[in-house]
Design a protein around this ligand. Sequence first.
Ligand SMILES: *[C@@H]1O[C@H](CO)[C@@H](O)[C@H](O)[C@H]1NC(C)=O
Ligand SMILES: *[C@@H]1O[C@H](CO)[C@@H](O)[C@H](O)[C@H]1NC(C)=O
Ligand SMILES: *[C@@H]1O[C@H](CO)[C@@H](O)[C@H](O)[C@H]1NC(C)=O
Ligand SMILES: *[C@@H]1O[C@H](CO)[C@@H](O)[C@H](O)[C@H]1NC(C)=O
Ligand SMILES: *[C@@H]1O[C@H](CO)[C@@H](O)[C@H](O)[C@H]1NC(C)=O
Ligand SMILES: *[C@@H]1O[C@H](CO)[C@@H](O)[C@H](O)[C@H]1NC(C)=O
Ligand SMILES: *[C@@H]1O[C@H](CO)[C@@H](O)[C@H](O)[C@H]1NC(C)=O
Ligand SMILES: *[C@@H]1O[C@H](CO)[C@@H](O)[C@H](O)[C@H]1NC(C)=O
Ligand SMILES: *[C@@H]1O[C@H](CO)[C@@H](O)[C@H](O)[C@H]1NC(C)=O
Ligand SMILES: *[C@@H]1O[C@H](CO)[C@@H](O)[C@H](O)[C@H]1NC(C)=O
Length: 620
Amino acid sequence: MKITKAIIAAFVLTSELSIATPTLNSLARSISRVESIREIKDVQKQFAQLAQFGRFNDMASLFTNNGTLKWGNQTAAGPSAIEHWLRNDAGNMNGIGRGSLNTIVVETPLVSLSVDGRRAKGRWNGLRFMGDGAGKTRIEGGIYENEFVFKDGRWKISLLHYHALYRGDNYTDGWRNVGGSIPIIPYHFMPESAGVPVPEPVEEAEETKATVEELAHRITRLNDEDEVRNLQHAYGFYVDRRMWTDVIDLFSANGTFSSGFGSTHGEAGIREELERQGSEGLKKGVLNDRLIFDTIVQVDPNGREAITRGFEIGMIGDAMIQTASWEFRVFRNHFIKENGLWKFRALEYSQTLVADYKVGWGYGGISSHALIPPAFINITMRSSQKLGPDGTSTNVTDLQRRLRRSAAFDGVENVSAAYGYYADDLQCKPLGVIHATNGHKLTPFTGFYHGPQRITKACEGNYGQNRTAPRSAVSFHWRPQSVVQVSEDGRSANLRARLLQPSTSKDKAGSFNGAIYHDHCTTIDEFYWQSSSWAGGWAVVTPTNKTSNNSESDLAKKFPPDLSLKEAGDRESTFIDSENVVQLQEPSKWTPAGVLLAWMYTVSSKTRLEARGEWVSGTA
Ligand SMILES: *[C@@H]1O[C@H](CO)[C@@H](O)[C@H](O)[C@H]1NC(C)=O
Ligand SMILES: *[C@@H]1O[C@H](CO)[C@@H](O)[C@H](O)[C@H]1NC(C)=O
Ligand SMILES: *[C@@H]1O[C@H](CO)[C@@H](O)[C@H](O)[C@H]1NC(C)=O
Ligand SMILES: *[C@@H]1O[C@H](CO)[C@@H](O)[C@H](O)[C@H]1NC(C)=O
Ligand SMILES: *[C@@H]1O[C@H](CO)[C@@H](O)[C@H](O)[C@H]1NC(C)=O
Ligand SMILES: *[C@@H]1O[C@H](CO)[C@@H](O)[C@H](O)[C@H]1NC(C)=O
Ligand SMILES: *[C@@H]1O[C@H](CO)[C@@H](O)[C@H](O)[C@H]1NC(C)=O
Ligand SMILES: *[C@@H]1O[C@H](CO)[C@@H](O)[C@H](O)[C@H]1NC(C)=O
Ligand SMILES: *[C@@H]1O[C@H](CO)[C@@H](O)[C@H](O)[C@H]1NC(C)=O
Ligand SMILES: *[C@@H]1O[C@H](CO)[C@@H](O)[C@H](O)[C@H]1NC(C)=O
């Protein structure tokens, strides 16, 4: 089999969609459901964004009147008790005082709506970075399984259940498992339904008062939201590799860029500002990963402007001179739609804290300032904003197609998250089941396996069956910062996401690794970087020379792949482009940890994310 055949659309809609023309009532209901999924995700992101500035009262108001917060082994019920608990728990690590830090990251959502569309459950990965500016720190990691209800016209949290899995109370020592071995946190979903965009309702749709033009406008807004989110996330992937020319392409002609210390505009000005991070392209040993988390998008009712708000955690360093640092920033960016294409109009960063890796953020870092928070996005406006008519289409069948494209965005994020959660827990059966009949998955160091059964078998070949027992060590598979390219008919899509891999164990400090998933099938460039240890972080790595790895993995001998890595030969590796890109290559020998790898497999075909945020595959 040729690789060109193996690369098929990553995500396909397998269920048969009803071909009957929807009624206005059923279209209105479907729109509300897709909007609901977005709103629920926004509530959770808002929880994180508010925490960063110690807005405990506002965080508590995201809960229902009898809502409950369970944080590890502690419980608080009702908004005032929740506020009190949050405030107490943070102490001076509340994000309010100068040098203090309270960054909660909530990512990889898997949201499931109830059949009646009025309740929901959601799973997220969580990380929390805390410091009081006077030396005290805390790092927490775990999984949320939360519940939501639709009340008084908005979505609220009825249960926030954070399962504490790892934690460290002293930066120097990193983190370790909470309570010995790590159990599987029960999933609220089944693999078969992980990609079901919205459950099939059972009742007749309610009578809608909306006109077809108003419904068209709401769908346009959802489609716009997808494009803006893709643009924001794609921006981050370009920044990682210091592809400044591509970053500048994302701006409107007289766009502005504010770093938090100064503001500049126009192409030359933005380039100058970007080059403060370093000149175009990465040099050997340089890591410039700036991870984007918890992006909320608000599209203006006029359909021509939009705002994103979220935060960025920079993992920056130069392994050649063994430097590494953390950079925490908040962004609040403005977008404009020019000739049908969304562009950055103003990019605005507010710096939270910059800290040397070795020292950590506990003492407030080398550069921090007490911030006035950049304005939060009002997440209740989505349903309350009055929208005018949209003249673009009144063809209900076509509106349904356009809505399906936005539903697909969440469906893909859902499956992508499910992949990560099942991989964390080595659940080989469901890991196979979430692949299409014709789907492929790359098993690292071995090759591609075709179809759910073989994907499961390959996984079991590596990890065994029935992995239900608590484990002493886990490597998590976060897949944040999705860029999802949905086909015009809304039936297939490609995804690019990060792999952020925090690891944890019983008796040794965990650390971070990073890579990129660019899923046509489930494919990964593994790894882009690996921390040598918590203590060394991404500063202490062993740069190595390129050698080819012709040794067969044990799995390949036991259970040969449908397409081995050798047969696949050079394959696309996303952003590799020129000698400017990191040139650290495959190591001539493996050390157990501590190798900074660049592209594991060299490239002949180039895949580039064009300025529009569209994926274009190059020719092989
Ligand atoms: C909260 O109140 C609603 C009705 O107001 C009730 O249905 C629900 O069971 C209550 N939840 C809890 C956790 O008490
Ligand atoms: C609750 O969790 C904390 C943090 O993991 C731990 O230190 C404490 O011992 C736990 N308390 C109980 C009663 O289990
Ligand atoms: C953290 O632990 C290190 C050694 O493990 C110790 O030297 C240091 O004082 C501790 N810091 C704090 C703030 O407790
Ligand atoms: C996500 O998966 C859950 C569980 O399978 C499913 O109920 C829900 O409808 C899905 N949501 C989306 C947006 O795909
Ligand atoms: C470009 O933007 C800057 C800053 O917003 C503004 O001062 C300047 O007048 C603009 N120039 C043009 C030609 O629009
Ligand atoms: C958000 O918008 C709603 C409806 O427009 C408004 O009632 C509410 O006061 C706003 N909230 C904030 C915090 O501005
Ligand atoms: C309505 O849209 C559908 C789907 O895009 C298309 O096939 C059909 O021709 C359109 N009907 C009219 C009357 O334009
Ligand atoms: C899986 O292993 C557990 C013990 O770890 C055992 O109780 C259970 O029966 C096993 N399930 C299957 C399907 O083999
Ligand atoms: C890489 O190759 C160069 C040239 O062959 C050699 O000088 C250098 O020592 C090698 N580095 C490592 C880390 O093996
Ligand atoms: C080479 O392949 C072997 C067997 O699959 C694997 O264990 C090893 O990590 C690989 N090394 C490199 C440099 O890819």
